[in-house]
Structures are given as structure tokens and as C-alpha cells.
Design a protein around this ligand. Structure first.
Ligand code: ZN
Length: 392
């Protein structure tokens, strides 16, 4: 049985935990425990905002959320004997909710505080609370749907080397510099606000807080990939950049649609995860897995097999301008088309938007060569609705 190696009190903020986790990427954040390769263990995870979002009917907490606090992560875990150049093999054995916290949230961030994939069309904050009953979830804020979750960590990754961290900070700052006042921002540079770094204090804390990368984007170390199929039974192969690999995990989602389009996010939850770690010595070079993890999805997922699929092409919905093979724009258009359709079933645009971000919808890049339009689709499972949603 997996040993319970890391416990959290869900009622307390991360820095008040007996063993606080962290919310930045840096090679020098101390490990919370170490394990031998071949070991299975259980860890608690807090939801990504560290308890800022409440189970009520107001979106005010979401509108004013402090985003310098995210993501609060559990770890890092030091795996003995693992070195740069190895592959860290991580099995997600199981993942679940705590009995005292069987609910989660999805929300649309306000344009001036985070924004979302459709921030021009939906600039205001909105929130939906989702209640769990076993494998199922329903929401009093998005009525008429019920679906099975596919719980997964939105964020799981290893520590960067100092060299890799510097590369991230430089390339992201260069992007920010192209339009430094954009709302929402193009990227988030390091910020010393609301930093948690385990038990670190003093000069070492100040240095790491100043240098540490934000956890918002996915990067070479994995990180905030938000892959809905990275659920129980999955096996991930991480390139290793520092001694011990320093694995961290958090941002659990009860369920998520491909793209996590509201930005907040899937159905965000606190919970626990059981992991097993192992190592392939020298695996980075042997398998050319050097700059981003590789994974094998698990065998468990909701068995929805009937979909209504919406297409989108790379034309800007607001200006009508033709773009060249832009899959981002095509996916946006597919989502907007789906939302307009869902509105005919009685949903508000915000409800439909949050549903696409929360339910097990499948996003695809279908055509990426047929100039000038990329084609993307979003597929909505029809069986999650309590009404027939097909056109008649
Ligand atoms: Zn999330």
C-alpha cells in the first residue's frame, strides 16, 4: 500500500501547513521528502488558488483572485539516485477527492485579472460550483448536465536546472517586451508577491523568490500541461534536469474539457494522489526525450461515444479577417460556434463556456495544411445532457 507521505490541512493556507509546498519553479527549493526508486506514496494537494475560491453563488472571489499565489504545489519529492540525463518514470496509481471536500469550481477569469481563451467575448468573471457524488458531478450553476469525471493533475513536473530556468525567464520576458502593457498579459515574469517555498526564509528565500519561474505555462519540465487524459493508470516519462528530479504535483481537476478554455480551468479541486516513481538511467539520450515529457494514458475514462461536433476555421470572429492556418483561432471559432448552439438549449453564454471547460469534451486539430484555413473541432458528448440536444 502506498505510504501517506504528505498531508495538508485544507482549511489553512499553504505557508501555514506543517510542511508547506511551493508555488514557483526553481532548482533550489528544498524537497519535502525523499524516496527510493520503485516506491509508491500518497500526497495531498490543495486546489490551485490555495483556498481563495468559495462554495457559494458569487463570482466576486474569482474576479479579485490573487493570481500571484498560484499554483500551490505539493513537493518537491527527491528521488534518490536520479540524476540529470535520466528519465523519471511516474505512475499515477490513483487520484481522488477528500470526503470533507467533495466539490470543485470552474470559473471565467475577468479580462483585467487573468482573462480566458474567449476573453474578448466573455470579459466578465463568472463561477460554477460542481458537486461530486462518487464518479459523477453536477452543478447548480449549470443545470441539466451530469457526467463522470476523469480526475487528473493539471500540473505535474520536475524542477528545472538553473540554466533551463534562466532560458525560460529570458524567452518569456522577450515575449512580454513585445507588448508590455497588454491586458491580459502575454506572460507572467517572476514575482516576489505571495511566494511560498517550503520552510525557506531569509536571503535564500529572497533569491529564489526573485528568480523562480511562475507555474502558469507548461514547459520542458512538464508543469501546467492541463491534459485531461493524464489520469489514473497513466505513466509519464520526465526528462531530469537536477539531482533527485524534484517532482511536484498539484492543480487537481475532477474533469476538464480539452483546452481548459475558461483558464479557471477544469473543475478545480483539492484531493489526494498516489504516485509511484522509478528511473531509466541515461534515458534522455537513449530515447531522445530531452525537452518535454512523454506519457502513456491510463485505461480508465468515461465511456461517452456519441458526440455533436462543432467546427471552426482560422477566421477572426470579430473582424472577419482571414488568418493563415491559425489553429488557435480555429479552435476559438469552434468553441464560439458550440456556445451559440448551446444557448439555443437555454444556457447563457457563460454557462455554455464553463460547460465546455468542465465536461469531457474532445478538442482536435483536424486539418492544419489546407491554406489558408486550419480546421479545429470541439466534440460535446450528447449523453451528459438530460435532454436531447440534436437539431431536429
Ligand atoms: Zn487547474
Amino acid at each position: 500500500m502506498a505510504q501517506y507521505k504528505y498531508r495538508l490541512d485544507l482549511s489553512k493556507p499553504m505557508e501555514q501547513q506543517e510542511q508547506p509546498g511551493h508555488n514557483r519553479w526553481h532548482p533550489d527549493i528544498p524537497a519535502v521528502f525523499s524516496v527510493e526508486p520503485g516506491t509508491a506514496f500518497r500526497m495531498d494537494c490543495k486546489e490551485w488558488t490555495d483556498g481563495q475560491i468559495h462554495n457559494n453563488d458569487s463570482a466576486e472571489d474569482l474576479r479579485t483572485v490573487n493570481l500571484t499565489r498560484v499554483h500551490v504545489l505539493s513537493g518537491p519529492v527527491y528521488v534518490n539516485g536520479v540524476e540529470p540525463g535520466d528519465l523519471l518514470v511516474v505512475d499515477i496509481l490513483d487520484v481522488g477527492a477528500h470526503q470533507e471536500s467533495e466539490w470543485g469550481f470552474n470559473g471565467i477569469f475577468a479580462k483585467e485579472n487573468g482573462g480566458s481563451f474567449l476573453t474578448d467575448e466573455y470579459p466578465e468573471a463568472a463561477k460554477s460550483i460542481w458537486d461530486f457524488e462518487g464518479i459523477y458531478t453536477t452543478s447548480r450553476h449549470v443545470p441539466g448536465v451530469k457526467f463522470a469525471g476523469l480526475i487528473h493533475p493539471g500540473l505535474i513536473g520536475v524542477a528545472p536546472s538553473m540554466e533551463l530556468l534562466q532560458k525560460w525567464n529570458e524567452r518569456e520576458q522577450a515575449l512580454i517586451d513585445t507588448d508590455p502593457h497588454r491586458v491580459p498579459a502575454l506572460a507572467n515574469p517572476p514575482s516576489e508577491e505571495s511566494v511560498v517555498l517550503g520552510h525557506l526564509k531569509g536571503a535564500e528565500f529572497d533569491r529564489i523568490a526573485k528568480e523562480g519561474a511562475r507555474t502558469v505555462p507548461p514547459r520542458e519540465n512538464g508543469g501546467n500541461c492541463d491534459i485531461k487524459n493524464l489520469s489514473k493508470g497513466s505513466r509519464i516519462f520526465f526528462p531530469v534536469f537536477v539531482d533527485g528530479a524534484k517532482l511536484s504535483v498539484g492543480d487537481l481537476h475532477f474533469s476538464q474539457g480539452d483546452g481548459e478554455i475558461t483558464f479557471c480551468g477544469g473543475i478545480e479541486m483539492s484531493g489526494w494522489i498516489e504516485l509511484k516513481v522509478d528511473v531509466i538511467k541515461g534515458g534522455m539520450e537513449k530515447y531522445k526525450i530531452k525537452e518535454n515529457p512523454v506519457f502513456q494514458p491510463g485505461p480508465v475514462e468515461p465511456n461517452y461515444n456519441d458526440f455533436l461536433v462543432f467546427q471552426g476555421i482560422s477566421v477572426d470572429d470579430r473582424t472577419g479577417k482571414q488568418h493563415y492556418l491559425d489553429a488557435n483561432l480555429a479552435y476559438k471559432k469552434a468553441c464560439l460556434n458550440a456556445i451559440e448552439y448551446l444557448k439555443t438549449l437555454g444556457y447563457t453564454g457563460e454557462q455554455a463556456f464553463m460547460l465546455l471547460s468542465s465536461a469531457p469534451v474532445e478538442g482536435r486539430i483536424n486539418g492544419i495544411v489546407d491554406i489558408p484555413n486550419a480546421c479545429c473541432t470541439i466534440a460535446i458528448p450528447t449523453q451528459i445532457f438530460d435532454q436531447d440536444i440534436m437539431p431536429k
